[in-house]
Design a protein around this ligand. Structure first.
Ligand code: SF4
Length: 457
């Protein structure tokens, strides 16, 4: 059991710390929203000058909280595909990684990103723990053991740092750590990511990936029902799964499949998601890549609303000797079997291969010595943004970026909501809306002409 990490100063967007602070000062929780909204719009405003909050909390707020408790130590940009990897130093000196992956016209399994699907969209892969105790045999993070859980605020700071580099539309919890082993931090971050007073992401653009901690999957669905779920399966039978994912001993396949069925039944009518679960399958040549296993997987998942995501294994220093990345023809043949059984399946392309940013490779990589890809020191790219922000110029740089990104985000999310609403209407409602819209437009034109005529007279 690792000791709970305690931050001082605390991250301003962390719900747990903020509500505790307000309660200590006998102030209503509603002020949290006021503080967050103001800081999002005016991040360079000193906290003791936030308007509309009780006077008695102004000075303590400034002393106890900061805009960001973490700093970016290094940014690496892949020369192959532009993937960006951040090495982030936490307040206590631990380091974590997060990755921005760009997708261009790639298959969107949940069909939610209508506008972005044709163009480029960026997904931020966030870490939820420092290391991980579950020791999946194909995973570099698992070799570190667990050093600590991230707070909700620290998880949110990863998005704050990423937004200084790129516009980010999606967040996936597929970085370091098992998210459902850190329920407090992850649920706190999910609430912040999807809170319109904080990061304002659409819940369907946020995915939590788990190896299958069933009781916590149930809790997550209760607490934050609108985010998407991905289940890391990696094997179609219990015996093989236990070899790859040792924690599978406690959460058996029939129980996992029962959860998938319950989830599907509960969310069958939920817009485009329709109770779908993404099934991740890291493919290792000669271990879980045979066509017999593909058929077994198809039988296991038959009739379930799932999308299988095949991820070719990424080699890393210290990975088991017999683990190899599958040849393209092996992956293709596996996928063909699944497709022939009528399954939805896609292969996740390798991202950031030259900077070790691919799935299962995230760990404290500096220990290997030497880095590849384009390495940019933080100061070069964003004036040392983030961090325990005390120096004015750094805050201003961060402020400008946050405001700019938030405005873009709000515009996009408004556009998306209007399109989604229209999409969900019945044909009669659509005709009515279009008719009213046309009449309003005609009315406006007539008024304009009449006003012009008046001027002429
Ligand atoms: S795959 Fe996920 S759960 Fe397994 S060891 Fe790696 S980080 Fe932990």
């Amino acid at each position: 059991m690792v000791r709970k990490r305690v931050l001082d100063p605390k991250p301003i967007f962390d719900e747990e710390y903020m509500l505790e602070f307000l309660a200590q000062h006998d102030v209503k929780p509603v002020h949290a929203g006021k503080i967050w909204r103001h800081v999002m719009d005016n991040p360079d405003c000193p906290f003791d000058e936030i308007p509309g909050i009780p006077k008695k909390i102004r000075i303590p707020l400034r002393h106890e909280f900061v805009l960001s408790t973490s700093t970016i130590s290094k940014v690496q940009v892949s020369e192959i595909d532009g993937t960006v990897k951040f090495l982030i130093r936490l307040q206590d000196g631990h380091e974590i990684e997060s990755v921005i992956i760009s997708h261009t016209g790639e298959f969107d399994p949940f069909g939610t990103e209508r506008s972005e699907r044709a163009g480029t969209r960026n997904t931020l892969c966030v870490s939820s723990q420092v290391g991980c105790r579950l020791k999946c045999t194909f995973c570099a993070t698992g070799t570190m053991g667990l050093l600590g859980d991230l707070t909700g605020g620290e998880i949110m700071e990863q998005l704050m740092h990423a937004r200084n580099q790129r516009e980010v539309q999606n967040v996936v919890f597929m970085g370091m750590g098992e998210p459902l082993e850190n329920m407090t931090g992850v649920v706190g971050a999910l609430r912040g990511f999807t809170d319109t007073q904080r990061f304002g992401l659409a819940p369907r653009n946020v995915t939590v990936s788990t190896v299958g901690i069933i009781p916590n999957m149930r809790k997550l669905v209760e607490r934050v029902p609108s985010v998407k779920l991905a289940l890391s399966l990696h094997a179609p039978n219990q015996e093989l799964r236990e070899k790859l994912v040792p924690s599978a001993k406690n959460f058996r396949l029939p129980d996992l499949m029962q959860f998938v069925d319950e989830y599907a039944a509960k969310y069958a009518n939920d817009g485009r998601r329709k109770g779908m679960v993404m099934i991740s399958y890291v493919m290792i040549e000669g271990v879980n890549s045979s066509l017999d296993l593909a058929r077994e997987l198809a039988i296991l998942l038959a009739g379930k609303p799932v999308i299988v995501n095949i991820i070719p294994f990424n080699d890393f220093e210290g990975s088991p000797d017999n683990f190899k990345e599958p040849k393209a023809e092996i992956t293709d043949a596996f996928i063909e079997v699944l497709k022939a059984e009528g399954m939805w399946v896609f292969e996740r392309r390798h991202h950031g291969r030259d900077i070790a940013a691919a799935c299962g490779q995230l760990a404290k990589l500096e220990k290997g010595g030497g880095t590849v890809g384009q390495v940019i020191e933080v100061e070069e790219v964003h004036g040392g943004c983030g961090g325990v922000v005390k120096e004015k110029p750094k805050v201003n740089a961060l402020a400008r970026d946050i405001v700019k990104n938030r405005q873009t985000q709000v515009k996009k999310s408004l556009k998306k909501r209007v399109l989604d609403k229209f999409d969900n209407m019945t044909p009669t409602q659509k005709i009515t809306v279009l008719g009213v819209g046309t009449l309003c437009g005609l009315g406006a034109v007539v008024l304009l002409f009449r006003r012009r005529s008046n001027y002429c007279i």
